[in-house]
Design a protein around this ligand. Sequence first.
Ligand code: CAA
Ligand code: FAD
Length: 386
Amino acid sequence: LSGVSSLDTFTDEETMLRDAVKRFATDVVGPKVREMDENEMMDPAVIQGLFEQGLMGIETSADHGGAESSFTSAIIAIEELAKVDPSVSVLCDVHNTLVNTIFRKYATKEQQDNVFGVWLTFEKLGSFCLSEPASGSDAFALQTRARKDGESWIINGSKMWITNSYEAEIFLIFANIDPSKGYKGITCFVATKDMGIQIAKKEQKLGIRASSTCTLNFDDLKIPAENVIGGEGKGYKIAIEILNEGRIGIAAQMLGLAQGAFDKAVPYTYERKQFGQPIGTFQGMAFQIAQAAIDLESARLLTYNAARRKEEGKSFTKEAAMAKYWSSVVAQRVSGQAIEWAGGVGFTRETGIEKYWRDSKIGAIYEGTSNIQLQTIAKFIQKEYS
Ligand code: CAA
Ligand code: FAD
């Protein structure tokens, strides 16, 4: 943990994991960050390194090739990776908190051991395909359809904004098998790239540019009948229950990002002198830095509180929404201030500080926009008070 935090509730195993991820992020990811951002492409060696480090199956049982660690460990990994590169962080986050969790929680033992066995050894990158051109916040209005054809399902439609999809080999696709039932027809299917997934477009983005985001088209995509996870019509519940957990991951990504920007800019303010003194010692600057430290600590406390509540089997949906909302605010604020603290130097691409700010914007958009988080929190408040 950075020196500004007093949060000290981690187990020895979690602290060791944090140190290992920090080393990997600094030594392996660090030297590639700028090049990956400018090329808008993830380096395959980074993905391979994440698998080799055991960071792509953090919570999964050892039987299935995973590290069998806590949910908090997965959150720690996301935070530490984001301090160095939020793109690498979200790649790992989608794979661990969305894709692996669906396999772990909703696949039957038969599916885990036999049908999807090889995928659970985590040699293949996964993606979570829910959003579509006409259904983002209104995710359950999705238009992708699946129909049964003998021993197969045939899927038609398209998905938009799918993280990891350029490099992925596993695709969890949400499609409706019976629109007359509304969202209760939504079902979760597992597809692999070789079944005929078509990438229609790779987005060019403001931030997290090394993380791939693509539109996928499904044109009579044929999937074996046994590749339904969690049962027919259960897809909507799987999607939102997993997103409740995933939102803690995005909170951690935004927290790590904000801390990364802070860690880069603050030392500079004690080195750089103007008017004969370090700029960080002017009260105007020192108070901004202190306020940013409070922002960071509040985001950290919300994030790890939500993670621990989830881990302990307590209700956590409201806390996850609060953590994601607030960490996204903090990420934008602190990374924006970090640029100002470094002056002109902060505005150049050389220091990498401006990249944190560009990357921070996505926190308020994906895995449920900030308004969707507020709506979730408001529903809890209304239930509690009316
Ligand atoms: N937790 C559990 N269940 C929930 C829930 C929550 N947070 N929100 C809604 N539900 C359930 C309801 O209980 C209801 O189920 P039942 O009928 O079984 O009781 C059902 O969902 C529908 O509820 P509503 O009518 O209240 O929901 P809605 O249709 O107005 O919207 C929603 C529901 C689509 C989940 C919306 O609130 C939402 O979260 N939209 C954002 C979608 C999103 O997060 N997309 C992320 C895509 S993945 C991604 O972005 C990854 C990445 O970038 C890296
Ligand atoms: P809209 O839903 O059109 O929202 C636009 C604006 O309207 C927002 O400000 C929103 O808050 C507001 N709004 C909408 N409805 C309401 C309401 N009821 N009340 C108040 N305000 C409202 N999706 C996946 O399935 N898998 C992925 O891996 C994935 N990765 C992504 C990666 C990136 C880089 C991006 C940009 C998106 C990704 N998404 C992914 C999609 C993401 O989840 C959606 O973009 C997000 O849910 C918002 O949907 P939308 O873009 O259609 O915006």
